[in-house]
Write a protein that binds this ligand. Structure first.
Ligand code: GLY
Length: 344
């Protein structure tokens, strides 16, 4: 089957099946070395790729970084620089990262800064990375706060092999579906319809292609998040509070956050799709409430985000599906939004 080639800024997104050969992953040009980073779960894929790169005449080595947020650490990145230096990676060489969003964030940051920037390719191995984290050129590491240090820099290519996504555990796939639904809600009603109809059985190639197209359209207008890129944070204001206060995964937390944002949208903008959105979230097996979480703890986390804006709490709201907006919301709306997700 022929791979789809999409564009997000200067990134070529290659989407299809059986896409793990050097010819699929590496942009066509001269280079001597390919440095490959992976996380424990993707080390085998990365090593297979590196061996194929060596057979194709390149120098290639693999480094496995810690799982999850632990990769997004300046100490880990410093060791990565040392490893690149030890491998004599030059500016004309390429870093390839096999993994989810945390790995691509850290590898993207290292690639943006090593020798003032070398080419980087992401092989997105989680659905969440494929539909959101690996697309759009945000790189970063944590320093006290999440993503405090980073850059906007597009990867040269993002490779999404649906065969890899098909093999993901259901819970991991479900987390990515939450961000895919978010993409539909802010920019593609047909994607919402697809997820409503087929739930977790929805064709991943179509889901990812549509979600990437929504993100590419937003990022194309506002790469450095001066304005409408913030629409991609629909569901993330309450979602972030729920994620941290409840230790809930990002995808499920965003699902809960979208239910809360739906209620705020109904109150502030007359959004009529609240029930439809809730049913779509439930159809995917994602949570629609977070009973048992402490309202004060969630509010405190939301307020920490609010500090960035002197005008008060800003939320992404929907006027209708496909029509997001940003507004300051008062405490009555915030309280009602938390009540909607059973945070008492
Ligand atoms: N994940 C939101 C963004 O890339 O802006």
């Amino acid at each position: 089957m022929v791979a789809q080639r999409l564009t997000c800024g200067t990134t070529q997104v290659v989407l299809g099946r059986s896409l793990l050969a050097p010819a699929d992953i590496l942009p066509e040009r001269e280079r001597a070395s390919v440095a490959v980073v992976a996380q424990p779960a993707t080390a085998r894929l990365a090593r297979d790729f590196a061996r194929a790169a060596v057979r194709a005449g390149l120098r290639s080595e693999v480094r496995v970084l810690p799982d999850g947020e632990a990769a997004k650490d300046l100490g880990v990145v410093a060791e990565l620089y040392e490893w690149l230096i030890g491998m004599s990676v030059a500016r004309s060489d390429t870093l390839v990262a096999f993994g989810g969003g945390s790995l691509t964030d850290a590898a993207g940051f290292a690639a943006a800064t090593y020798l003032r920037g070398i080419e980087v390719v992401y092989v997105a191995t989680t659905l969440l990375a494929a539909v959101d984290a690996a697309i759009g050129g945000k790189t970063g590491v944590n320093l006290g706060a999440k993503n405090l240090v980073g850059s906007f820099r597009h990867p040269a290519r993002v490779v999404i092999d649906v065969d890899v996504l098909d093999r993901l555990p259901a819970a991991v796939k479900r987390g990515g579906m939450s961000e895919a639904l978010k993409a539909g809600l802010i920019g593609d009603e047909a994607l919402v319809g697809l997820l409503e109809r087929d739930g977790m059985e929805a064709d991943l190639e179509e889901v990812v292609g549509r979600a990437v197209a929504v993100k590419a359209a937003v990022v194309g207008k506002d790469f450095e998040e001066q304005g409408e890129r913030v629409h991609l944070n629909y569901g993330h204001t309450v979602g972030h509070g729920v994620e941290v206060a409840g230790g809930i995964g990002h995808g499920p937390a965003v699902a809960i956050g979208m239910v809360a944002a739906g209620r705020a949208s109904a109150l502030e903008r007359g959004f009529e799709g609240e029930d439809r959105q809730r049913a779509a979230i439930a159809r995917l097996g994602l949570p629609v409430a977070a009973p048992g979480l402490d309202r004060m703890a969630v509010l405190a986390l939301m307020a920490a985000d609010k500090k960035r804006d002197a005008g008060g709490l800003r939320m992404v709201l929907l006027e209708r599906i496909g029509a997001p907006t940003v507004a300051h919301v008062g405490s009555a709306t915030v309280e009602a939004a938390l009540t909607a997700v059973e945070i008492a």
